[in-house]
Write a protein that binds this ligand. Structure first.
Ligand code: SF4
Ligand code: SF4
Length: 467
């Protein structure tokens, strides 16, 4: 298939899901069914037991943009549907007990607005005295929003590119992967055998890792060699940031990509899979993969910071000591969702005497505001992706309504991230170290917008010359 035909196929795929104008009753019915199908016993607790105390509100990065974006107010969108379809009072009394289905364009527009004011950071979950996870309810509503067609074209585009593996046909992306492998071989002074079956460790960088922080990808290979591990890595990317479909709430499509990742891992047969992305990829591959695919993996998924801690504690790794004024920004997914609350700080304290915690750290750390796909909904990002794939940026914005949505979302995003930047400023750090490409882009953008002079690095990029 030629490049033009391939792009045409992707744009056709995108057109099948994106619909920003009008109200289609059939699509709404299907989307309501999707929401109801996603309600399990845990979500039933989230839907039933909120007392409206508001304790979760201050934890939300978007509550500071506008109080209407409080977790409980956003989650009310899911509760209205639930009450209407699954409670006796809701079925009989309807709007009198706040039970109703979205019934016009205005309702659909409000749902998509609320959905893209939630990063699924989990901060409301840990703040709620009843452990109610409004982020999980917004993920349900995200699948509603996508099924009715209110999905950002840029997200639908990236999802299709990943699912159809079209990134393998884009010379710039193929070269980015090849260059990083060449650089690894040069640094190690040997040729790494890629896709080697039977390796004990499978190092699994994604395409986004390679594009965002190639130095971190190389540093990890250096570390694996230094530790004397029997490792390999893929000869080509298994996904852009697999599976992107989860970010727009399409679990069926996510399963296709996840299965591809799982099959590849199984074909190698490692004991350990090492990731360097601390965003949604980490909890997804580590905790959700067995449930989503109904499999019992024979491998253990580790984030690179876990391997660092283990190696330092067992005396297998000595790192160069410095005096940098460095801090750690905890990506919500590996921290609140994944449980790695102390490991990265442990490593940084071993490396630098100047390490300082952010005023809000660990479970109470502030979300940067860019997760859940929000960091991709900016004109700058859309233009960069359009250029990378050789499409006109106008093709990645379906209508004036979507354009207004992008404008409003970008405005909200730039306000939401300020809280994080203020926290970084208070810490006095000159270097912010983290492990998620979205957090890195968001903090770098915030530092530029609000005039804070900090370097933003992936933890392995930071450790490159200290290994
Ligand atoms: S803290 Fe929990 S109970 Fe209180 S409003 Fe938020 S979700 Fe509801
Ligand atoms: S998960 Fe995070 S962004 Fe979403 S509602 Fe809760 S606190 Fe806000």
């Amino acid at each position: 298939m030629s490049h033009t035909q391939l792009l045409q196929t992707i744009l056709e795929e995108v057109k099948k899901v994106v619909r920003w104008e009008g109200f289609d009753g059939k699509r709404v019915d299907e989307a309501v069914k999707r929401v109801l199908a996603g309600i399990d016993v845990v979500k039933l607790h989230y839907l039933e037991n909120c007392v409206g105390c508001g304790a979760c509100a201050p934890s939300c990065p978007y509550f500071y943009v506008d109080e209407k974006y409080s977790p409980v107010n956003k989650a009310e969108e899911a509760r209205r549907i639930y009450r209407k379809k699954l409670t006796i009072a809701g079925m009989i009394l309807g709007p009198l007990v706040e039970a109703r289905l979205p019934k016009n364009e205005e309702d659909l527009d409000r749902v998509v607005e609320f959905v893209y004011r939630c990063t699924n950071c989990g901060a409301c979950y840990t703040a709620c005295p009843f452990g109610i996870d409004s982020g999980a309810l917004m993920v349900l509503m995200k699948s509603f929003s996508t099924v009715v067609g209110r999905v950002p074209t840029i997200m639908a585009f990236l999802e299709a590119v990943e699912r159809l593996e079209a990134y393998k046909e884009i010379p710039a992306l193929v070269n980015a992967w090849k260059n990083v492998v060449d650089q690894i071989n040069r640094e190690l002074g040997r040729v790494v055998e890629l896709d080697r079956k039977g390796s004990k460790v499978l190092y699994l960088p994604t395409l986004i890792d390679v594009i965002s922080y190639p130095k971190a990808v190389v540093a990890t290979a250096k570390l694996l060699d230094k530790l004397g591990l029997d490792w390999t890595m893929p000869s080509e990317p298994i996904g852009i940031r697999p599976p992107i479909a989860v970010v727009i709430g399409l679990s069926d499509r996510a399963k296709i990509v996840l299965k591809r990742v799982y099959d590849y891992i199984e074909s190698i047969g490692p004991e350990i899979v090492v990731l360097i992305d601390g965003g949604f990829v980490y909890p997804l591959l580590r905790f959700e993969l067995p449930i989503r695919l109904n499999v019992k993996p024979r491998f253990r998924v580790m984030h690179i910071v876990e391997l660092l801690v283990e190696s330092i504690e067992k005396g297998r790794l000595k790192l160069k000591y410095v005096e940098d004024k460095v801090t750690w920004h905890p990506p919500c997914q590996m921290t609140r969702r994944g449980g790695l609350t102390i490991e990265p700080e442990y490593v940084l304290k071993v490396v630098s005497r100047g390490f300082r915690r952010l005023p809000h750290h660990g479970l109470e750390s502030y979300c940067c505001g860019g997760g859940g796909g929000i960091g991709c909904i900016t004109f700058e990002f859309i233009e960069a992706i359009a250029k990378m794939f050789g499409v006109d940026a106008k093709q990645l914005i379906s209508s004036d309504k979507e354009r207004r949505f992008i404008e409003e979302t970008e405005k909200a995003y730039k306000i939401a991230l300020k809280r994080k930047i203020d926290d970084i400023k208070k810490s006095g750090a000159e270097i912010v170290v983290t492990a998620c490409p979205t957090c890195m882009r968001t903090i770098a953008l915030g530092a530029k917008l609000y005039g804070v002079n900090v370097k933003v690095l992936h933890i392995m990029e930071y450790l490159y010359d200290k290994i």
